[in-house]
Design a protein. Structure first.
Length: 278
């Protein structure tokens, strides 16, 4: 159970709940493992799953950095509350995500202060790896100045597509270009993963991409570049048929790549680049 970004174990019979872990301690641990700057108020949305006869909770975390596989040996006991004198274990897998860099930071609409005042509030700089947490902190820093009527970012997010499982955004607008992060077959309504039917996977992915495009005010006609990642090139035909049904004419440029594995054990992932019409 999650209430205001805090996680609880609920005993329905006793009508009791206990906090699963301390957010600040978990943030410190995640920062140490993933090298991404988490804090207690900026934790990823965990997709917990009970395993081993409900004696352990399993979850995934995503890192933008190279992570040593031995990190999974970390002792998590200090982060977990004791439940009826029994300890509940956390089992985790660190997934390495693609790394994107901040190419340019443009500031529009400022006629109140010097630009350096604004840039001093930013937690990221041009050339740095993009990090959603630092981006959010930068926006909050600017709002805290209380000298602007509004501060708008160029991050696209919709509840009709899966929540990011790590420090990245569904899509980012830069100038007249929209960069959509790789989507996998997660149903945003049930938060379940589809991975036993390749056509079903491809269809869910295209629906997720379509909803992100709509949130940005775009359509598939605006897409200029896509990349498809497959764990088995034998699935190319099935994925291609589903993909092609969304592009009736003038399809975008595309690359299809066979990879050794994908996050969450899925079989296909697709990302896109779209442009806004002048």
């Amino acid at each position: 159970m999650c209430i205001r970004d805090r996680y609880y174990l609920v005993d329905a019979d006793k009508r009791e709940r206990k906090e699963l872990f301390d957010n600040d301690k978990m943030a410190a641990w995640l920062t140490e493992i993933t090298k991404d700057p988490y804090d207690g108020k900026h934790l990823p949305k965990f997709d917990f799953k009970f395993v081993k006869n409900e004696t352990a909770i399993q979850f995934y975390i995503v890192s933008n950095e190279m992570v040593n596989s031995d990190e999974n040996d970390y002792d998590l006991s200090e982060f977990i509350e004791e439940i009826d004198e029994d300890k509940l274990n956390l089992e985790f897998t660190v997934l390495e995500s693609d790394k994107f860099y901040v190419n340019r930071i443009d500031i529009f609409g400022n006629n109140i202060t010097e630009e350096r005042v604004i840039r001093n509030q930013l937690e990221v700089d041009e050339g740095d790896p993009f990090n959603k947490l630092l981006h959010s902190k930068s926006i909050n820093n600017l709002k805290a100045l209380r000298i602007f009527a509004d501060v708008k970012d160029e991050i696209i997010n919709t509840e009709k597509a899966p929540n990011p499982v790590g420090p990245y955004s569904q899509a980012v607008k830069a100038g007249n270009t929209l960069y959509i992060s790789g989507q996998v077959a997660i149903d945003p309504l049930s938060n379940t993963i589809i991975k036993n039917n390749i056509e079903g996977e491809a269809t869910q992915i295209m629906k997720n991409l379509e909803n992100i495009l709509k949130e940005a005010g775009l359509k598939f006609d605006n897409v200029v570049r896509t990349k498809i990642y497959l764990t088995n090139m034998n699935d190319f035909s099935a994925v291609n048929n589903v993909y092609g049904s969304y592009f009736k004419s003038n399809p975008p440029a595309r690359t299809t790549i066979e990879v050794s594995g994908l996050p969450l054990g899925v079989n296909v992932e697709i990302d896109m680049i779209a442009v806004f019409n002048d």
